[in-house]
Design a protein around this ligand. Structure first.
Ligand code: HEC
Length: 144
Protein backbone atom coordinates (compact mmCIF):
# COMPACT_ATOMS: atom_id res chain seq x y z
CA UNK A 1 0.00 0.00 0.00
CA UNK A 2 2.75 2.37 0.98
CA UNK A 3 4.67 1.56 -2.22
CA UNK A 4 1.57 2.08 -4.21
CA UNK A 5 1.15 5.58 -2.79
CA UNK A 6 4.78 6.40 -3.51
CA UNK A 7 4.36 5.22 -7.08
CA UNK A 8 1.24 7.30 -7.53
CA UNK A 9 3.02 10.33 -6.08
CA UNK A 10 5.98 9.75 -8.41
CA UNK A 11 3.68 9.42 -11.39
CA UNK A 12 2.25 12.86 -10.78
CA UNK A 13 5.44 14.57 -9.73
CA UNK A 14 7.84 13.19 -12.33
CA UNK A 15 6.73 15.41 -15.21
CA UNK A 16 7.43 18.43 -13.02
CA UNK A 17 10.73 17.31 -11.57
CA UNK A 18 12.53 15.23 -14.21
CA UNK A 19 11.57 16.17 -17.74
CA UNK A 20 11.99 12.81 -19.43
CA UNK A 21 12.86 14.18 -22.85
CA UNK A 22 15.94 16.01 -21.71
CA UNK A 23 19.39 14.87 -22.66
CA UNK A 24 20.93 17.93 -21.08
CA UNK A 25 19.66 19.01 -17.69
CA UNK A 26 17.35 21.98 -18.06
CA UNK A 27 18.74 25.26 -16.81
CA UNK A 28 16.63 26.77 -13.99
CA UNK A 29 15.78 29.59 -16.39
CA UNK A 30 14.60 27.15 -19.07
CA UNK A 31 12.56 25.23 -16.49
CA UNK A 32 10.79 28.39 -15.32
CA UNK A 33 10.39 29.56 -18.91
CA UNK A 34 8.75 26.27 -19.89
CA UNK A 35 6.38 26.42 -16.94
CA UNK A 36 5.23 29.87 -18.07
CA UNK A 37 4.82 28.62 -21.61
CA UNK A 38 2.63 25.78 -20.34
CA UNK A 39 0.28 28.29 -18.74
CA UNK A 40 0.24 30.38 -21.92
CA UNK A 41 -0.27 27.34 -24.15
CA UNK A 42 -3.25 26.31 -22.06
CA UNK A 43 -4.73 29.79 -22.54
CA UNK A 44 -4.18 29.58 -26.30
CA UNK A 45 -5.75 26.14 -26.44
CA UNK A 46 -7.57 24.67 -23.42
CA UNK A 47 -7.04 21.15 -24.79
CA UNK A 48 -3.24 21.60 -24.63
CA UNK A 49 -1.48 18.84 -22.71
CA UNK A 50 2.18 18.36 -23.62
CA UNK A 51 4.95 19.91 -25.59
CA UNK A 52 6.37 17.71 -28.32
CA UNK A 53 10.03 17.14 -29.22
CA UNK A 54 8.94 16.01 -32.70
CA UNK A 55 6.93 19.17 -33.31
CA UNK A 56 9.93 21.21 -32.13
CA UNK A 57 12.09 19.52 -34.72
CA UNK A 58 9.42 20.04 -37.38
CA UNK A 59 9.31 23.76 -36.60
CA UNK A 60 13.11 23.98 -36.76
CA UNK A 61 13.19 22.40 -40.21
CA UNK A 62 10.04 23.77 -41.79
CA UNK A 63 10.47 26.21 -44.65
CA UNK A 64 8.28 29.29 -44.84
CA UNK A 65 8.00 31.25 -48.06
CA UNK A 66 8.54 34.91 -47.24
CA UNK A 67 5.73 37.04 -48.65
CA UNK A 68 7.96 39.90 -49.85
CA UNK A 69 11.37 38.28 -50.35
CA UNK A 70 9.86 35.29 -52.16
CA UNK A 71 12.50 33.07 -50.59
CA UNK A 72 12.19 30.13 -48.24
CA UNK A 73 13.27 30.74 -44.66
CA UNK A 74 13.58 28.39 -41.71
CA UNK A 75 15.23 28.30 -38.30
CA UNK A 76 17.80 26.10 -39.96
CA UNK A 77 18.70 28.86 -42.41
CA UNK A 78 20.94 30.38 -39.72
CA UNK A 79 21.25 27.77 -36.99
CA UNK A 80 22.20 25.01 -39.49
CA UNK A 81 22.99 21.78 -37.65
CA UNK A 82 21.95 22.64 -34.08
CA UNK A 83 24.84 20.82 -32.40
CA UNK A 84 27.47 22.72 -34.39
CA UNK A 85 28.00 26.36 -35.27
CA UNK A 86 25.63 28.15 -37.59
CA UNK A 87 25.96 31.22 -39.76
CA UNK A 88 23.72 34.24 -39.95
CA UNK A 89 22.11 34.32 -43.38
CA UNK A 90 22.26 38.11 -43.71
CA UNK A 91 25.36 39.21 -41.77
CA UNK A 92 27.47 36.07 -42.28
CA UNK A 93 28.39 36.06 -38.57
CA UNK A 94 29.06 32.75 -36.85
CA UNK A 95 26.34 31.61 -34.44
CA UNK A 96 27.36 29.32 -31.58
CA UNK A 97 25.53 25.94 -31.43
CA UNK A 98 21.87 26.11 -30.49
CA UNK A 99 21.75 22.81 -28.59
CA UNK A 100 22.59 23.11 -24.87
CA UNK A 101 24.46 19.79 -25.13
CA UNK A 102 26.95 21.55 -27.40
CA UNK A 103 26.81 25.01 -25.85
CA UNK A 104 26.46 25.47 -22.11
CA UNK A 105 25.56 29.13 -22.51
CA UNK A 106 22.23 28.33 -24.14
CA UNK A 107 18.92 29.32 -22.58
CA UNK A 108 20.38 30.86 -19.44
CA UNK A 109 18.77 34.31 -19.64
CA UNK A 110 15.08 34.96 -19.98
CA UNK A 111 15.41 38.33 -21.71
CA UNK A 112 17.70 36.76 -24.31
CA UNK A 113 15.32 33.89 -25.02
CA UNK A 114 12.42 36.36 -25.36
CA UNK A 115 14.35 38.69 -27.62
CA UNK A 116 15.45 36.01 -30.07
CA UNK A 117 12.20 34.07 -30.17
CA UNK A 118 10.49 37.31 -31.10
CA UNK A 119 13.01 38.45 -33.68
CA UNK A 120 13.63 35.07 -35.30
CA UNK A 121 10.01 33.94 -35.42
CA UNK A 122 9.14 37.20 -37.15
CA UNK A 123 11.99 36.76 -39.61
CA UNK A 124 10.99 33.19 -40.48
CA UNK A 125 7.22 32.96 -39.93
CA UNK A 126 6.37 36.66 -40.33
CA UNK A 127 4.61 36.49 -36.97
CA UNK A 128 5.51 35.71 -33.39
CA UNK A 129 5.61 32.05 -32.42
CA UNK A 130 2.84 30.70 -30.22
CA UNK A 131 3.58 29.45 -26.71
CA UNK A 132 3.06 25.91 -27.99
CA UNK A 133 5.63 26.40 -30.75
CA UNK A 134 8.17 27.90 -28.34
CA UNK A 135 7.70 25.09 -25.83
CA UNK A 136 8.08 22.43 -28.53
CA UNK A 137 11.22 24.15 -29.79
CA UNK A 138 12.74 24.45 -26.32
CA UNK A 139 12.26 20.82 -25.29
CA UNK A 140 13.51 19.70 -28.69
CA UNK A 141 16.70 21.74 -28.18
CA UNK A 142 17.28 20.08 -24.81
CA UNK A 143 16.68 16.63 -26.30
CA UNK A 144 19.61 16.89 -28.72
C1 HEC B 1 18.47 35.19 -39.55
C2 HEC B 1 19.19 34.22 -38.73
C3 HEC B 1 18.42 33.41 -37.71
C4 HEC B 1 17.33 32.61 -37.96
C5 HEC B 1 16.65 32.32 -39.27
C6 HEC B 1 16.95 32.05 -36.69
N1 HEC B 1 17.79 32.47 -35.71
FE1 HEC B 1 17.66 32.02 -33.72
N2 HEC B 1 19.31 33.20 -33.36
C7 HEC B 1 19.99 33.94 -34.29
C8 HEC B 1 21.01 34.74 -33.65
C9 HEC B 1 21.98 35.69 -34.33
C10 HEC B 1 20.90 34.47 -32.28
C11 HEC B 1 21.70 35.14 -31.15
C12 HEC B 1 23.12 34.77 -31.11
C13 HEC B 1 23.33 33.52 -30.31
O1 HEC B 1 22.58 33.28 -29.36
O2 HEC B 1 24.24 32.77 -30.64
C14 HEC B 1 19.83 33.49 -32.12
C15 HEC B 1 19.41 32.97 -30.93
C16 HEC B 1 18.23 32.27 -30.74
C17 HEC B 1 17.66 31.96 -29.46
C18 HEC B 1 18.24 32.33 -28.09
C19 HEC B 1 18.83 31.13 -27.40
C20 HEC B 1 19.40 31.46 -26.04
O3 HEC B 1 20.54 31.07 -25.82
O4 HEC B 1 18.76 32.12 -25.25
C21 HEC B 1 16.47 31.32 -29.69
C22 HEC B 1 15.49 30.81 -28.67
C23 HEC B 1 16.33 31.19 -31.12
N3 HEC B 1 17.41 31.77 -31.75
C24 HEC B 1 15.27 30.59 -31.74
C25 HEC B 1 15.08 30.56 -33.12
C26 HEC B 1 13.91 29.99 -33.77
C27 HEC B 1 12.73 29.36 -33.05
C28 HEC B 1 14.07 30.14 -35.10
C29 HEC B 1 13.13 29.77 -36.20
C30 HEC B 1 11.74 30.21 -36.09
C31 HEC B 1 15.35 30.84 -35.29
N4 HEC B 1 15.92 31.05 -34.07
C32 HEC B 1 15.85 31.23 -36.52
C33 HEC B 1 19.76 33.93 -35.65
C34 HEC B 1 18.73 33.30 -36.30
Amino acid sequence: MKHCLILIALFFLTPLVIPLFAKTKLTPVAMAYLNNLKVEAKKEDPSFQYFSVQKGQDLFQKEFMHSRKKKNRSCQTCHKKPTSTGRHERTGKVIQPLAPSANRKRFVKKSKINKWFKRNCKWVLERECTAKEKGDFLIWAFSL
